[in-house]
Design a protein around this ligand. Structure first.
Ligand SMILES: *Cc1c(COP(=O)(O)O)cnc(C)c1O
Length: 227
């Protein structure tokens, strides 16, 4: 077995154990393998091990890596998990099967426009800034209900769930529980929460999607430092 297949088996086992401990069906949790910064060869390793769902945080990086992989594995499902600029909405709709980072009306409007134009309807998650961190993307909790209503009624965006990235220095369980409550209140079935350090906690609290990078691919190369 490849190292990637080994890690995939281990993470999948942890997800299944956490799900069963919470009386949940492991099949109700989707592992999104976050391949950002890693090359297509690493993605292929997991595809060959049977995995199909991947996440990238930048449109441009995904465009360089995934068109060939999607051609070779037509059932590959690609999720955008990073901030999206309005002027990249067309590229995002063309390439991604799920957009997890919808967080403002201008973006919702741009996405539906491109969905109509391209006749493709990627499922959308609304990103919530549960920690109310100024530097972080996401809609504030107090604005969420009105935003969900606008996405549904005004834009007819195919919204399926909520996504969050808790502050690094806070107990993630509090944020996961808050996200679950907000999703239930808005009648949204999907919850994208939990990363390498806390995906088991997220599964116990109802995650339907966990976004796991380093636990599957190893440490990422450090980001270039900008002067
Ligand atoms: C990079 C990233 C992840 C994965 O992080 P790991 O800690 O490596 O598992 C999850 N979600 C988002 C939004 C990311 O940018």
């Amino acid at each position: 077995m490849s190292a990637g297949a080994d890690r995939l088996a281990e993470v999948s086992r942890h997800i299944a154990e956490a799900a069963r401990a919470a009386n949940r069906n492991p099949a109700d949790v989707t592992l999104v393998a976050v391949s950002k910064t890693h090359g297509a060869d690493r993605v292929r390793e997991l595809l060959e091990a049977g995995h199909r769902v991947f996440g990238e945080n930048r449109v441009q990086e995904a465009q360089g890596k995934f068109p060939d992989l999607k051609a070779a594995w037509p059932d590959l499902e690609l999720h955008l998990i990073g901030p999206l600029q309005t002027n990249k909405a067309r590229d995002a709709v063309a390439l991604f099967d799920v957009v997890q980072s919808v967080d403002r009306e201008k973006l919702a409007a741009a996405l539906v426009k491109e969905m109509d134009r391209l006749d493709r309807r990627p499922a959308c998650f609304i990103q919530v800034n549960t920690g109310e961190e100024p530097q972080k993307a996401g809609i504030l909790p107090k604005d969420l209900d009105a935003f969900v209503a606008a996405c549904r009624n005004q834009y007819q965006l195919p919204v399926v769930g909520l996504m969050c990235i808790p502050p690094v220095d806070e107990e993630p369980a509090l944020h996961f529980a808050l996200l679950a409550k907000m999703a239930a209140r808005n009648g949204l079935a999907k919850l994208s929460m939990g990363m390498s350090a806390d995906y088991e906690t997220a599964v116990r609290l109802g995650a339907t999607h966990v976004r796991v990078g380093s636990a599957l691919f190893g440490a990422r190369p450090p980001l270039p430092v900008h002067a």
